[in-house]
Design a protein around this ligand. Structure first.
Ligand code: GDP
Ligand code: MG
Length: 163
């Protein structure tokens, strides 16, 4: 596979919602390999004429951050190995959690493109709440709503540019 994009982040930030929006006209393929790789869903997507594969991670990880920290770390490490670009999703409703900070720490060391996606920005009034995510040390971020689709175009423009 070429042009692989991995979507990472802690549970409930909206990774799968965004993933489903990206691949809405294609079928997701569930990887049946055992172990941690099972917990990933692949789909095909396209933007501005550029095709890419998307991996949604952590589908079976449910529950609190601390219990599943090791699992999420594994998913992020796998994504760093396998993907050509990484979309790190965070949640504007929750703000920066310790788990977000942990993931950011791993991603700051990565030389591949990392796009920070501040999700659940469903309305313009939430834009200002996203400022705090600069503190993750990953540079600029994109605000979006995976639910209603706003902001996703700008993120995808950037994604296909860096792929
Ligand atoms: P995941 O665990 O990261 O894959 O997150 P999900 O995609 O399963 O979403 C977790 C919850 O957040 C669900 O209740 C979604 O409906 C909700 N959600 C996802 N995206 C958005 C969004 O853009 N805005 C709002 N308000 N809720 C969202
Ligand atoms: Mg999910």
């Amino acid at each position: 596979m070429n042009n692989i994009v991995a979507i990472v982040g802690r549970p409930n930030v909206g990774k799968s919602t965004f993933f489903n929006r990206l691949i809405q006209r294609r079928e997701a393929i569930v990887d049946s390999v055992s172990g941690v790789t099972r917990d990933r869903i692949y789909g095909k997507s396209e933007w501005n004429g550029k095709e890419f594969s998307v991996i949604d991670t952590g589908g079976y990880i449910k529950g609190s951050d601390d219990i599943f920290e090791a699992e999420i770390r594994k998913q992020v490490e796998l994504a760093i190995e396998e993907a050509d670009a990484i979309i790190f999703v965070v949640d504007v409703e929750e703000g920066i959690t310790p788990m977000d900070a942990e993931v950011a720490k791993l991603l700051r060391k990565v030389t591949k493109p990392v796009l920070l996606a501040v999700n659940k920005v469903d309305s313009a009034s939430r834009e200002k709440d996203a400022f705090e995510f600069y503190n993750l040390g990953l540079g600029e971020y994109f605000t979006l709503s995976g639910m209603n689709g706003s902001g996703t175009g700008d993120l995808l423009d950037k994604l296909v540019e860096v792929l």
